[in-house]
Design a protein around this ligand. Structure first.
Ligand SMILES: *Cc1c(COP(=O)(O)O)cnc(C)c1O
Length: 406
C-alpha cells in the first residue's frame, strides 16, 4: 500500500503549481489568430509583464523555456568575440555562459561557490582591472535555483557604477520574478530574462526578455531571425511578435495569472507572502538542524531566496527522503542540483514559488519530517511549531473580547 492517495503536491522549483484559474483559462477552443480577442489580449499581457518587471522598457515573448530567453539575450547583445563576465553562485549563470559560448562569445567566470552570493568587492576589483572596457556584459542570476542563493542586484549595479564600467547588467529572474522584490528600472538593470513556469504560475513554454534604453542602444545585428528583438518589439504584423504562430493558450493562461498576481493579490503582497513562507521554512530547517545533520545551504539570511530552498543532509540520505515523500506521501521535492564535487544525494530542494499558501508549505514540512523519521535521518524536534509560529507572527490579529457568559 501507499498513503499517496490524495491530490499529490509538487513542491519543486519549477514548474510550479498551476492555479485552477490558469488551467481553466487555457481550457478553451483555439482562437482566431488574425484578429479579435487574442490580439488585444496580447497587448495587455505585454503591458502587465512590464508591470511585473517594474520597467518602462520593452518586452519580447518567446515560445520556449528559460534557455530560449538566455539565447535571445546573447543573439541581440553579444557578438562573437565579445567578452561576457559571468557571476556564478550555483548552476544557472553557468548555463547562460554555456549558451553564450556556443554562440562564439568569450566568457569569463567569477565563481563565488555554492553557498554564498556574489562578493561585491571582488566583482568591483575585476571591473576596475578591465581598463580597456572589454567586458561587454555582466551576466548574473537573481535567485540561483540550485544553491538557492539570492544575489543583491542593486549592490551589483553599484559595483559596476563604482568601477565606472560601461558593461550592461543582465539579470536572470526566471526563478524569482513575482516572488522576490525586483525593480528593473529603479535598480538600473539593462536586461532581464524570465519564464512562465515559476513565479508566474503558468505551464512551461513561454519565456521573456525585458530590455531598457541602454541595451536598446547596445544591440548588435541579431544573428538569428528567430531571436531578433526588432520585429518582436515593433511588429508590422501580429505574427512577428512571436516569429510565427502565437502561443495561444499560454496567452490565455498568462492573462489569468497576471490578473491574479497584479490586480487581485498585488505584487508587493506576493513578495511579502513569499517572504513569510520562506521565513517559516527556514525556521523549520533550523529546528531540524538542532538535533541532526540537516542545514540550510545558505547560512546568511539576507542571501537566501524566497522562492526555493536548498537543504543539505547526510550523504545519500536526501535521495531516500525524496523517494519516500513521493512514493509514500505523494509529495514531490526537488532533486539536488549541485556544484561539481558535491554529493547531490545529500541535497534536496523545496520550491515555494508562485501559487503557494501556508497549508501547502506546512503540509510539505510535516511530510518531510515524517519522511526523515521513516528513513532515519537524525533531526531536531519542534520544526513544525517553529514554522507555524513564524507564520502566526507575520499575520497577528487582535482577538475580539470574549462575550460575557450568563
Ligand atoms: C528554471 C531556471 C532556468 C532554466 O529555465 P528553463 O525553462 O528550464 O530553460 C534558468 N535560470 C533560472 C534561475 C532558473 O530557475
Amino acid at each position: 500500500m501507499t498513503l499517496a492517495r490524495g491530490r499529490g503536491l509538487r513542491m519543486i522549483p519549477g514548474p510550479s503549481v498551476v492555479p485552477e484559474r490558469v488551467l481553466n483559462a487555457m481550457h478553451r477552443a483555439a482562437p482566431n489568430i488574425y484578429e479579435g480577442e487574442l490580439i488585444e489580449m496580447v497587448e495587455t499581457v505585454r503591458a502587465d509583464l512590464c508591470r511585473v518587471a517594474r520597467t518602462a522598457g520593452a518586452v519580447a515573448i518567446y515560445i520556449g523555456n528559460g534557455h530560449a530567453a538566455w539565447e535571445a539575450v546573447v543573439a541581440n547583445l553579444l557578438a562573437p568575440g565579445d567578452l561576457a563576465l559571468v557571476l556564478a553562485t550555483g548552476r544557472f549563470a553557468l548555463g547562460w555562459a554555456e549558451t553564450a559560448r556556443k554562440a562564439g562569445v568569450e566568457t569569463e567566470v567569477l565563481d563565488f561557490g555554492f553557498r554564498a552570493g556574489v562578493d561585491i568587492g571582488r566583482l568591483e576589483a575585476r571591473l576596475r582591472e578591465d581598463r580597456a572596457g572589454r567586458i561587454r556584459a555582466v551576466l548574473v542570476v537573481q535567485t540561483d535555483t540550485a544553491s538557492s542563493v539570492r544575489n543583491d542586484v542593486p549592490a551589483i549595479r553599484a559595483a559596476i557604477d563604482a568601477a565606472g564600467h560601461p558593461a550592461l547588467l543582465a539579470v536572470d529572474c526566471i526563478a524569482s520574478l513575482g516572488c522576490e522584490p525586483f525593480e528593473m528600472d529603479a535598480w538600473g538593470v539593462d536586461v532581464m530574462v524570465a519564464a512562465s513556469q515559476k513565479g508566474l504560475m503558468t505551464p512551461p513554454g513561454v519565456a521573456f526578455t525585458f530590455h531598457g534604453p541602454k541595451a536598446e542602444a547596445a544591440r548588435v545585428p541579431a544573428r538569428s531571425a528567430t531571436w531578433d528583438w526588432e520585429p518582436r518589439i515593433r511588429p508590422q504584423q501580429f505574427y512577428q511578435l512571436f516569429a510565427g504562430t502565437a502561443p495561444t493558450h499560454h496567452i490565455f493562461g498568462l492573462r489569468a495569472a497576471l490578473t491574479m498576481l497584479l490586480d487581485e493579490e498585488g505584487l508587493e503582497a506576493a513578495w511579502e507572502r513569499h517572504a513569510v513562507l520562506a521565513g517559516a521554512l527556514w525556521a523549520a530547517v533550523e529546528a531540524w538542524g538542532r538535533g541532526g545533520a540537516v542545514e540550510l545551504n545558505i547560512a546568511e539570511r539576507q542571501a537566501r531566496s524566497h522562492a526555493v530552498t536548498t537543504i543539505r543532509t547526510e550523504p545519500g540520505a536526501a535521495a531516500a527522503l525524496r523517494r519516500w515523500c513521493e512514493a509514500e506521501a505523494g509529495l514531490t521535492l526537488g532533486i539536488g542540483l549541485v556544484a561539481p564535487g558535491t554529493d547531490e544525494r545529500a541535497i534536496f530542494r523545496i520550491g515555494h514559488m508562485g501559487h503557494v499558501d501556508p497549508p501547502m508549505l506546512l503540509g510539505t514540512l510535516a511530510t518531510v519530517e515524517a519522511g526523515m523519521k521513516a528513513v532515519g535521518i537524525a533531526h531536531g524536534e519542534g520544526a513544525l511549531s517553529a514554522a507555524a509560529a513564524a507564520i502566526a507572527k507575520a499575520r497577528p490579529v487582535a482577538r475580539e473580547p470574549a462575550a460575557a457568559v450568563g
